[in-house]
Design a protein around this ligand. Structure first.
Ligand code: ZN
Length: 213
């Protein structure tokens, strides 16, 4: 009888030990959730001559910059960006302002298909992308200038080129990547990709065509 009792006690202890060790082992054994953030990150949408924007990529959270708290000038009162991009833009400009770089003007933001068509008809293919193929459809891109002169010369342009990546933005069409982007150097065209992507792209000198999988 004593032997049986001892056996049962040992059996229970072994079972408890098994459970104790088994639980963390099972947790470890669970297949890791694949990191799909990169693929599904809306901030990394690639729109270019080969990749027209899809219906499900059109922005649904646009805000009118005219109605935002801002320290930059607007070319017109109807310029829109996605909400989080408008926030990041003001954060970036706040930082520039503290360094005495203050003469920013936002020329253009989101464009719908009709607006892009009108621009294309008016300015031609050397200036504007065909409707559906412009990054401006994403609500993540903007054209920013300086009231002091061209972006290549003005302090605003230099500041943006050196600092935009700290706030989630990249210069989308740099001078040394025209063969890859198919677009001439545009020191005014900023694209929001978010952090840490903008930092990585800046450090590794990659444009979106090279960075996206
Ligand atoms: Zn642009």
């Amino acid at each position: 009888m004593k032997k049986i009792l001892t056996f049962i006690i040992i059996a229970v202890m072994v079972t408890l030990l098994y459970i104790k060790w088994q639980v963390p082992t099972q947790l470890l054994a669970t297949p890791a959730t694949p990191n799909i953030e990169h693929d599904t990150d809306q901030n990394l949408i690639l729109v270019n001559q080969q990749h027209p924007i899809r219906q499900d990529q059109l922005p649904t959270d646009l805000v009118n910059l005219f109605e935002q708290q801002r320290t930059y000038t607007l070319f017109s009162s109807d310029i829109q960006l996605r909400a989080h991009v408008a926030t990041a833009l003001q954060q970036m400009i706040n930082a520039a302002n503290t360094e005495g770089v203050t003469q920013f003007i936002v020329m253009s933001g989101y464009r719908n298909l009709e607006e892009q068509q009108a621009l294309y008809d008016e300015m031609g293919s050397s200036y504007a992308m065909k409707p559906g193929y412009s990054e401006h459809h994403t609500g993540l891109a903007l054209d920013i200038g300086s009231t002091e002169g061209t972006m290549e010369m003005a302090p605003e342009g230099k500041w943006v080129a050196n600092n935009a990546h700290r706030f989630g933005f990249v210069l989308r069409y740099p001078a040394d990547k025209t063969a890859i982007t198919g677009i001439e150097f545009e020191p005014w065209h900023l694209r929001y990709v978010g952090l840490p992507h903008s930092e990585r792209m800046h450090e590794q000198n990659l444009v979106l065509e090279e960075y996206t999988p």
